[in-house]
Design a protein around this ligand. Structure first.
Ligand code: C5P
Length: 309
């Protein structure tokens, strides 16, 4: 019998910024209830998945040295979970080309896990629908379902329950990458500590922000951006205050810490404005490096062609 080895599959996975991140109290299961508005950004990772004799993960690119390649990597766990569902062995080599900062608050690890699910569904010809992939995704981590979904979405629960949000136009962002990462659990813990000590202000409902997104107006959106985790990220990394000030000083409409940080995201009026803000910020010595990005973009998706290296 002729057996055909499937061709490698390449998947692009977007990063995300939380335009609104409202954090509720600590739950009994160790998570916090969230009300968040995610936007998927063009800064992305590419994964190449190919049949292999065993499960292996390789990582190159932005921050690769900090990424584990064993079973602690979410991509590994995604491959094992999907293989289990399909009743087969996870015999695949997954090469991750990172563009998303590691431990940067932009859900890079979650994006990779979502991309692995999409890629293996294709490589193994499983024919699973988005809903089936989304339930595996939610088991892997709170941000993985959004990385599958993409676009702009309202997240509740741990962040895994999603509703699409109408977002007109493309928004332009500058991202200031920090020297070291921040661990998400430690930032949530710091917020709990700050809340025990005092009563830092909490975001309300993102109603007006949703209206600004529907109108596609960056000027209306800018003052409505907010993140309850920002106070905790700034408490752990006070130098981020300078970064936030520098971005707005360079002409951004607004800046905020992305998710649990330490990446800072700056909303700009146009693509040209974003390029100018990025250039000024890069020279200001307030971050490790600077990227421009736009959003919303689609969730993890198979590419027709391998990107040029
Ligand atoms: O779901 P995920 O594994 O990505 O979450 C990482 C950690 O972030 C959790 O263990 C928890 O400490 C914190 N977290 C939280 N509330 C959420 C999401 C994450 O406290 N809604």
């Amino acid at each position: 019998m002729l057996s055909v080895v499937p061709s490698p599959v390449v998947v692009r996975a977007p990063s995300k910024v939380n335009l609104h991140l409202g954090v509720g109290d600590l739950r009994a299961d160790g998570y916090h209830d969230l009300t968040t508005v995610f936007q998927a950004l063009s800064l992305s990772d590419d994964l190449r998945l190919a049949p292999a004799a065993s499960l292996t993960v390789r990582v190159t690119g932005e921050g690769a040295a900090q990424v584990p390649t064993d079973r602690t990597n979410l991509v590994w766990q995604a491959a094992v979970a999907l293989a289990h569902l399909a009743g087969r062995a996870p015999l695949v080599e997954i090469a991750i080309a990172k563009g998303i900062p590691v431990a940067g608050g932009m859900a890079g690890g979650s994006a990779d896990a979502a991309a692995a699910l999409v890629g293996l569904n294709e490589l193994w010809d499983l024919g699973l629908g988005r809903d089936e992939l989304a339930s595996v995704a939610a088991e892997l981590g709170s941000d993985v379902p959004f990385a599958l979904h993409g676009g702009t979405a309202l997240g509740t629960g741990r962040g895994e329950q999603l509703l699409p949000v109408l977002s007109r136009n493309t928004f332009h962002w500058v991202l200031a990458l920090a020297k070291d990462g921040l661990s998400t659990p430690s930032v949530f813990r710091e917020l709990d500590r700050l809340r025990e000590e005092g009563d830092p202000p909490r975001l309300g409902h993102p109603q007006k922000l949703l209206q600004a997104l529907a109108a596609g107006d960056p000027h209306a959106l800018a003052p409505l951006l907010g993140n309850d985790l920002q106070a905790a990220a700034l408490s752990l990394k006070p130098e981020l205050r300078r970064t936030l000030r520098a971005g707005v000083g360079a002409g951004a409409l607004a800046g905020l810490v992305s998710g649990s940080g330490p990446t800072c995201a700056f909303l700009c009026e146009t693509e040209e404005a974003a390029i100018a803000v990025a250039a000024e910020l890069a020279g200001a010595g307030v971050c490790r490096s600077v990227r421009t990005a736009s959003g919303p973009v689609p969730g993890a998706r198979v590419l027709d062609h391998e990107p040029q290296a």
